[in-house]
Ligand binder design. Structure first.
Ligand code: SAH
Length: 257
């Protein structure tokens, strides 16, 4: 069995303000070994065992830097694949209620096995296509957090994710550092679906040269949309719209600009 680099994991998580207990480390270790075992039979991840800590585990935990992310409420991970970011988030934040959605059944079979082996409660798989889930009363406007990593281009992704968020909920697209143009292209869709201007949070993944870009869209609390800030993002592009938080939690709300 491949060993996880515990020091990198514990210290990296700490930098993201996540304290992992030895129980949680055991759960992540078991998840990793199941991932490696199953990966021999089916294509779950191309990330090498050595890279699992930064590129899968720490990357999944970057959501922690979002000011309002307290690790509670209902979260859906759309296009979860082998469980990223959903499973590491569930392990690190046990109070979070997690739905792992994917269109591919065999990925969900793996995740069911993970849930059972780790004895996780308050987490389930959902076999849906994202574009259908938004019309399904079981999923439509049901989540406080709607997240996705490496699933689709921003305009398409926003069409899929926004309908799943509750009023006042937040949609988080985990993007690479060069995604700013893609985000700009999605503004029309976001506004049409009554989302606020995206807040862009850059997070350096601890110990790595990779920067994760989180595009965070807050849904208006009421259906009477406040469109007053519409267009502001475009005006501001390149002038401070990008916020680097460098793993530090910020105080106060900066949403609804
Ligand atoms: N989020 C994971 C997996 C990314 S791969 C990670 O970052 O590691 C993309 C995943 O999205 C695949 O598992 C694929 O089956 C799923 N997917 C692609 N299109 C989808 C759709 N329309 N609805 C639901 N899942 C989809």
């Amino acid at each position: 069995m491949e060993e996880l680099d515990y020091e990198k994991l514990v210290n990296g998580a700490k930098e993201l303000r996540v304290e992992l207990t030895s129980f949680q480390l055991d759960q992540l270790t078991l998840f990793h070994s199941l991932l490696m075992d199953w990966n021999q039979k089916m294509n779950l991840t191309r990330i090498s065992p050595e890279e699992t800590v930064p590129k899968h585990f720490l990357d999944s935990l970057t959501l922690r830097v979002i000011p309002d992310f307290t690790g509670e409420g209902r979260l859906i991970d759309v296009g979860t694949g082998a469980g990223f970011p959903g499973i590491p988030l569930k392990i690190a934040f046990p109070s979070l209620d997690v739905t792992l959605m994917d269109a591919t059944r065999k990925k969900l079979t793996f995740l069911e096995s993970v849930i059972e082996s780790l004895q996780l409660r308050g987490v389930r798989v959902a076999h849906n296509r994202a574009e259908d889930a938004g019309k399904d009363p079981q999923h439509r406007q049901r989540y406080d957090w709607v997240v996705a990593r490496a699933v689709a281009h921003m305009p398409q992704l926003m069409e899929w994710l926004i309908p799943l968020a509750k009023p006042g909920g937040q949609v988080v697209a985990m993007k690479s550092s060069n995604a700013k143009e893609e985000i700009t292209q999605s503004l029309d869709v976001i506004h049409r679906l009554k989302g606020a201007d995206p807040e862009i949070i850059e997070v350096k993944i601890p110990d790595e040269s990779i920067t994760r870009l989180l595009a965070v869209v807050r849904m208006n609390r009421s259906s009477a949309t406040d469109r007053s800030s519409e267009g502001k993002y475009i005006e501001n592009t390149g002038k401070g719209i990008t916020k680097s938080v460098n793993h530090k939690r910020r105080k106060g709300s900066e949403h609804g600009r």
